[in-house]
Design a protein around this ligand. Structure first.
Ligand SMILES: Nc1ncnc2c1ncn2[C@@H]1O[C@H](COP(=O)(O)OP(=O)(O)OP(=O)(O)O)[C@@H](O)[C@H]1O
Ligand SMILES: [Mg+2]
Length: 331
């Protein structure tokens, strides 16, 4: 969609992002043409079941996929193209304007350094300040993410912390260089519900203070409803529906989104995996022609099973990639 009337340029623009893993005779189409635009202070949630390509999308933006991943498309961060940049340039971005909270905190934290050393090192590399200054800032960050007894925690190794504290420490690490864009991959999945809510509120608050844009990844409709400005629903590596959080939650047009919402309302508890839609998600190594959801869709017709699926765009710019949605809102 053209950004008519929008004055502020986007901080992150993703166009037709595609990732395939080709290895040992298999060809996994993990992300298939994802596009989105994000402005300062905005939160976009990517919502979808396990294995739909959410983490791969974020890792592709960070340049953290293995060598055998084939990534195509265009990604602009603050107007600069970043996809396929040399490793050194990407590493610099990752410590600076672009930062990620990983699904598994232990994957991001180094077990042999204290939390303080890790955060300080990131600050030193990025801002070239002395160690004392960096440590003081690390302490400020731990306080900002509401880690109690922050001065003592600075000297902790990751394994000396609880899951919730580790998650907060990782958020502090991700915020160390005041990123313009924070990629948050299921930052609350492993935590109990009260801690989940605290972390979500904390992200919101930090976002308001720092003007950061956030791409938030979750399978939890409740969390998505709470934190998002806009939601993109991912299925089989593709965005099947996107719009404002309100549009997606109140008036979903894609049958998959409808199913996700229904499974949450009827007995699905906050934080539980959404597995109540009959059938199973598609195998990304053998995506069917047409709509990947057709096999599970109660509205499916013949046109859903072959060829390109048309996209219905509403008057407000909401998108649904669905033959049946097009019947009600012509493309
Ligand atoms: N390094 C890899 N090599 C090959 N295939 C991979 C690799 N990483 C992910 N995949 C495949 O890509 C697909 C998407 O995985 P991804 O991790 O993005 O899912 P997800 O949506 O984040 O799921 P979850 O909610 O469980 O975290 C899966 O089929 C997965 O097996
Ligand atoms: Mg994931």
């Amino acid at each position: 969609m053209p950004d008519i009337g929008m004055t502020e340029p986007p901080v992150l623009e993703v166009e037709d992002l595609t990732v395939r893993f080709r290895r040992r005779g298999t060809d996994v189409a993990a992300v298939n043409g994802a596009s989105f635009t994000l402005r300062a202070g905005e939160t976009l949630t990517i919502l979808g079941e396990s294995g739909s390509g959410k983490s791969v999308s974020l890792k592709a933006l960070m340049g953290l996929l293995p060598d055998y991943a084939e990534t195509t498309g265009k990604v602009w961060l603050n107007g600069k193209e970043i996809l396929g940049l040399p490793a050194a340039a990407l590493a610099k971005l990752r410590g600076g304007a672009l930062s990620m909270i990983f699904q598994e905190p232990m994957a991001a934290l180094d077990p042999v350094y204290t939390i303080g050393e890790q955060i300080a090192e990131t600050i030193i590399q990025h801002d070239h300040v002395d160690r004392r200054t960096a440590m003081r800032r690390a302490l400020d960050l731990l306080e900002q993410v509401k880690i109690p007894s922050a001065a003592r925690r600075l000297k902790n190794f990751p394994h000396e912390m609880s899951g919730g504290m580790r998650q907060r420490a990782m958020i502090a690490l991700a915020l160390a260089c005041s990123p313009a864009v924070l990629l948050a991959d299921e930052p609350t999945t492993a935590l109990d519900v009260t801690v989940q809510i605290q972390i979500l509120l904390l992200l919101r608050q930090l976002q308001q203070e720092l003007g950061m844009a956030i791409v938030f990844v979750t399978h939890d409709v409740g969390a998505a409803a709470e934190i998002s400005d806009r939601i993109a629903v991912m299925y089989g590596g593709r965005f099947v529906e996107s719009g404002t959080a309100r549009e997606i939650i109140r008036t979903p047009r894609h049958p998959y989104t409808e199913g996700l919402l229904a499974s949450t309302v009827h007995g699905g508890m906050r934080g539980t995996k959404l597995r109540t839609i009959p059938g199973t998600p598609p195998n990304l190594a053998r995506l069917p022609p047409g709509c990947a959801f057709a096999a599970r869709c109660r509205y499916a017709v013949d046109a859903c099973r072959d060829g390109d699926i048309p996209v219905a765009i509403s008057a407000t710019g909401a998108m649904a990639r669905c033959v049946r949605a097009v019947e009600t809102v012509p493309a």
